[in-house]
Design a protein around this ligand. Structure first.
Ligand SMILES: Nc1ncnc2c1ncn2[C@@H]1O[C@H](COP(=O)(O)OP(=O)(O)OP(=O)(O)O)[C@@H](O)[C@H]1O
Length: 613
């Protein structure tokens, strides 16, 4: 007995040392591991294409990044290795001691343990499934809250606070029903856990049956019980502890960490449709010359799960199907899931098929109510290096879509886009994006000073204060930054979150300066001057015209105000994603077509406005 106790004590001592090392090493390693995990998650996020960000809410990503990396870092940190060893040694040493006290007891104990463990496992699976469903609903809830907060100004303007609060209340109520179900299963699980702790008593009764039999006289039974109790006293306690260790661990694992870690695993699983080779783009200076060809390009936007309404609908449909399943006992859930996902998949597979067989285009155009329309239809044009071209057309005709395709935010369904005769699919994304300077309709700024924002794209490259000065002049930033009364800190003035401390026009000028500072070979202005007042627009336009005349910059302009593109070398007039007319301003006017109508409409409109003034 003495020898066994010494053995037990040695094992316990090792266990305590491991426990100490676990705490110490874990403490040192944890934060380092967490940083590494966060870094690789961030890199993974950066590697996603634009479509990924259209499908995921940024606030949710930030949440997942923090909580998930916490969990993963905890799992990965070296301390966990000691913890696992420690757990193993504790369990083995205690089992050994129980075996020494009574072999039957150990066998009974293991059988009972296994049974309870199996029940607990099934319960945990059920809870997990419910929680997954709940988590999907939570996602929708987050989407709604995010959407509401983003649109708070609209809600206030339209006085729809009550409507929105009712909407949220309904979602909370629905979620509560599910939570009740989860609670019930959790309680059941906790009952089983307590019962399992009593399992040792069940073992005891079984042992009495085995050792003395049912027919033994009562005083012998009483004596045996006393003996067994005495002999197994330590064994009972140790067995109880083992149960506690075994049952608590997996439950924590299933219920707490897995959810966030699962989200991160999903993040890693989601492949970027368009390979983002920015990290592997070793030559980080080269650019395309600015020659661009669109050859019979067709494109439609992929159907994504981005829409809140779509997500809601999907959950409702799933709920209905589950209910129907339960009542009618119709085909298995797997079949239903595959049916429900088939709608989405069919569209995705459609795009793959489309790539393989462009003839499907016509077919797809004719049927399938759920499919999106082709936004770009057999579009062909050529832009020479240094040319100044403009795209005009009615709202929704596909102008901005062309700009997105130029940056390869999406892949086209058929045809080809060539940069310097190289297919965009074979181009390095890094080189492509480096070659393009873009100023969009609604520019966003970083919460930093004006200079930081202007030099943002050129942080790693050499630039002088003269360079900054020059782009400030061209873009018209100098005009307001030099006003010492309102901008005493000049270029060092902080712009606030999303540039909220600046006017729309000021933000726009900074965005133009930022794009120019990058010295791109291709400059795209997508309604870039529309938020400027007429005078500022004219000034910026003059500077842009001058840049265009220098001939080393390919300038692509999307504009509604036709007066801003009169000097361009070529104007493409679009309708339903097709080029209907092309030529210079004069050539198009003489054609007496769509462009001329647009010009006349704008002149009439402006004159009417003047008359009103
Ligand atoms: N991310 C998207 N997902 C799905 N459809 C889109 C998306 N972006 C644009 N569309 C659709 O593509 C069509 C063309 O849009 P696009 O933004 O290219 O038009 P536009 O000519 O630039 O219009 P505007 O002059 O009003 O800016 C529109 O019908 C629009 O609804």
């Amino acid at each position: 007995m003495k020898y066994q106790i010494v053995k037990y004590m040695v094992l316990q001592f090792i266990s305590q040392i491991l426990s100490f090392l676990d705490t110490k090493v874990n403490y040192n390693q944890y934060s380092e591991t967490e940083q590494q995990v966060q870094k690789s998650i961030l890199e993974n996020i950066f590697n996603k294409d634009v479509q990924f960000f259209e499908n995921n809410k940024i606030t949710q990503l930030a949440d997942t990044l923090k909580q998930g990396s916490d969990y993963i870092a905890n799992e990965l940190s070296y301390g966990q290795i000691f913890q696992k060893f420690n757990l193993g040694i504790t369990v083995i040493s205690r089992m050994y001691f129980i075996y020494y006290l009574g072999p039957y007891l150990l066998i009974n104990f293991l059988v009972t343990c296994f049974l309870f463990q199996a029940i607990m496992f099934l319960l945990t699976l059920k809870i997990e499934k419910l929680q997954e469903k709940q988590s999907k609903k939570n996602d929708v809830f987050d989407f709604v809250v995010d959407d509401i907060l983003n649109n708070i100004a609209v809600i206030k303007t339209f006085g729809t606070e009550l409507k929105e609060s009712k909407r949220i209340k309904n979602m909370i109520l629905k979620s509560e029903e599910e939570l009740k179900q989860i609670n019930t299963f959790q309680q059941l699980s906790s009952v089983f856990r307590s019962a399992s702790q009593e399992s040792i008593n069940v073992c005891l009764i079984l042992q009495i049956f085995f050792q003395i039999g049912l027919s033994a006289p009562i005083n012998q039974v009483a004596q045996s019980i006393t003996d067994i109790f005495q002999a197994n006293f330590y064994g009972f306690r140790l067995a109880n502890e083992i149960i506690r260790i075994i049952f608590n661990k997996p439950e924590n694992y299933y219920l707490d960490g897995k959810k966030q870690a699962g989200k991160i695993m999903q993040l890693f699983k989601q492949q970027s449709g368009i390979p983002q080779d920015i990290y592997y783009d070793e030559d980080n200076k080269s650019q395309f010359s600015g020659e661009i060809v669109f050859d019979n390009v067709c494109f439609k936007y992929p159907v994504s799960k981005d829409s809140l309404a779509q997500r809601n609908q999907q959950i409702q449909q799933e709920d209905k199907k589950t209910q129907q399943n339960q009542t009618d006992q119709l085909p298995s859930k797997e079949q239903h899931e595959s049916e429900s996902s088939s709608d989405q998949e069919s569209d995705l597979s459609d795009s793959n098929l489309q790539k393989e067989n462009p003839n499907l285009l016509e077919l797809n155009k004719q049927n399938s109510a759920f499919q999106r329309e082709y936004v770009i239809n057999n579009l062909s044009f050529k832009i020479k290096q240094g040319q100044y071209v403009a795209f005009v057309g009615k709202s929704g005709c596909g102008k901005s879509t062309i700009i997105k395709l130029l940056q390869r935010n999406y892949d086209i369904a058929s045809g080809s886009i060539l940069f310097d005769n190289q297919n965009i699919r074979d181009c390095s994304i890094g080189k492509l994006r480096r070659s393009i300077g873009l100023v969009s309709q609604e520019p966003t700024l970083f919460d930093n000073d004006i200079e930081y924002n202007i030099t943002y794209g050129s942080i790693d490259t050499d630039y002088t204060s003269e360079d900054i000065q020059k782009v400030c002049e061209i873009s018209g930033v100098s005009e307001f930054v030099n006003d010492k009364n309102r901008f005493p800190k000049g270029l060092k003035t902080l712009v606030g979150s999303k540039g909220m401390k600046l006017s729309g026009g000021q933000k726009q000028r900074i965005a133009i300066a930022r794009a120019l500072m990058k010295k791109p070979k291709i400059l795209i202005l997508d309604e870039a001057t529309s938020s400027l007042d007429a005078e500022s627009e004219h000034q910026v336009q003059q500077q842009i015209d001058k840049l265009a005349q220098q001939g080393d910059l390919t300038l692509i302009v999307v504009a509604h105000r036709l007066s801003t593109i009169m000097k361009s070398d070529k104007i493409f007039v679009l309708k339903h994603g097709e080029i209907k007319e092309e030529g210079t301003h004069q050539e198009l006017l003489s054609k007496n077509g769509i462009y001329k109508k647009l010009v006349h409409y704008q002149i009439n409109f402006q004159e009417k406005q003047k008359l009103q003034i």
